[in-house]
Design a protein around this ligand. Sequence first.
Ligand code: SF4
Length: 124
Amino acid sequence: MSAATVDTLVDDETSALSMVSIAAHDYQLQMQAYALAVRLLLPSLTDSTMVNVTLHFLEPNIEFRLPEKLMKPKACSDALDAAMAEIVSSLQPEHFPAKPSSHCRMCSFLGICKAGREYVVQGQ
Ligand code: SF4
């Protein structure tokens, strides 16, 4: 295998991991909400019982888990409380800035979202 091919593979892998990391960050709160929901559905779990939530990306085939400290019951409930407080205290559209990323290509709102369209056009 030539060095250029190895570099290309490394670049592709680094890019894929970077994209997975960004996507996983977007799902952090959802993963914490799922962990709390499991605890509510299974009251026999103690606070010291570790609940894992796994994001499994099919292409590339990568699994992602949040660090253990973010999956503890208090961390999950604090994150949800903070998100709820942010939502209820945000009244204007400018409080919800668009966060364009690769997921814009699959977004149902792309047709009406200027930021998403600009991102997709720039990425071509
Ligand atoms: S197109 Fe707009 S609304 Fe959709 S994910 Fe992108 S930034 Fe968000």
